[in-house]
Write a protein that binds this ligand. Structure first.
Ligand SMILES: Nc1ncnc2c1ncn2[C@@H]1O[C@H](COP(=O)(O)OP(=O)(O)OP(=O)(O)O)[C@@H](O)[C@H]1O
Ligand SMILES: [Mg+2]
Length: 243
């Protein structure tokens, strides 16, 4: 499979803080890759640099071979890279349907086409019955679904998911896992930040571990959970570390 995303020594410095320190990795088309690490490790910063929301201090980002470092987020999105936000950013005054149509307008200027695309994605994400609710009235779980639907409406090849399962109960989380699988089956490559190893272990082909801005490990889930440095930095005495 071709390399869809290549990160080369990506670095983001905020004043004296190295939030990302020369991070390098590749994502091949069709993969699901997990990213873990303690709070403040630099995971969200990495997504922001990749997707154009932050201009990295140094290093390069390549999407399907093209250098997209420092390119504006909407232009990166047009090239097929979409992200969701850890803090859900649905526009509260708009309906659920309108929120998703905003994503679809990246690909079409015709209202009826955007509406059809959005309705299909509300169906996929289980939000059809709430199409005309205000974005602000949704539960956390539904807001997370809306984030996914809106990102999908931009028709990404690569989707960056920042803690889309955080704050969900076990049943909602299971539904979210099924949704990620359904999106993946549509041919979308996925890079996801999650804290819940129960979710990441079965979903991810590989897991990348960040700690204090540095990549400290990258391997299959089975190998990652036995890595002493990862256990010390992140997994602690969770059941995976003891397995
Ligand atoms: N815009 C910014 N300006 C200054 N410092 C920032 C900025 N954004 C993030 N940071 C700092 O960079 C570090 C990495 O933050 P980041 O949000 O990327 O961590 P994270 O791994 O996503 O954490 P969490 O698991 O809590 O979401 C933190 O110390 C944070 O305070
Ligand atoms: Mg974060």
């Amino acid at each position: 499979m071709m390399t869809l995303l290549r990160i080369d020594a990506l670095t983001m410095q905020f004043g004296g803080l190295l939030a990302n320190d020369r991070i390098s990795f590749e994502v091949r088309e069709g993969e699901i890759i997990g990213i873990i690490g303690p709070n403040g490790a630099g995971k969200t910063t990495l997504f922001a640099s990749i997707a154009g929301f932050l201009r990295p201090t140094s290093g390069r980002v390549y999407l399907a071979g093209a250098d997209i470092t420092g390119v504006r987020p909407d232009l990166i999105c047009r090239r097929g890279l979409a992200r969701t936000f850890q803090i859900v950013r649905a526009l509260p005054e708009l309906s659920v349907l309108q929120n998703v149509m905003i994503g679809a307008f990246l690909r079409t200027s015709k209202v009826h086409e955007a509406r059809a695309m959005a309705e299909e994605l509300l169906d996929l994400t289980g939000l059809s019955a709430k199409a005309h609710f205000a974005g602000s009235s949704l539960t956390i779980a539904d807001k997370k679904r809306l984030e996914l639907a809106r990102a999908m409406a931009t028709q990404p090849r690569l989707l960056l998911l920042d803690e889309v399962m955080a704050g969900l109960n076990p049943r909602e989380r299971q539904q979210a896992v099924e949704l990620v699988r359904a999106i993946h089956r549509r041919g979308v490559t996925i890079l996801l930040i999650e804290h819940v190893m129960d979710v990441l272990m079965p979903l991810s082909q590989r897991i990348i571990v960040l700690n204090y801005g540095r990549k400290i490990a990258e391997d299959t889930p089975e190998v990652i959970v036995r890595n002493p440095e990862v256990i010390a930095a992140y997994l602690g005495d969770s059941k995976y570390a003891r397995a």
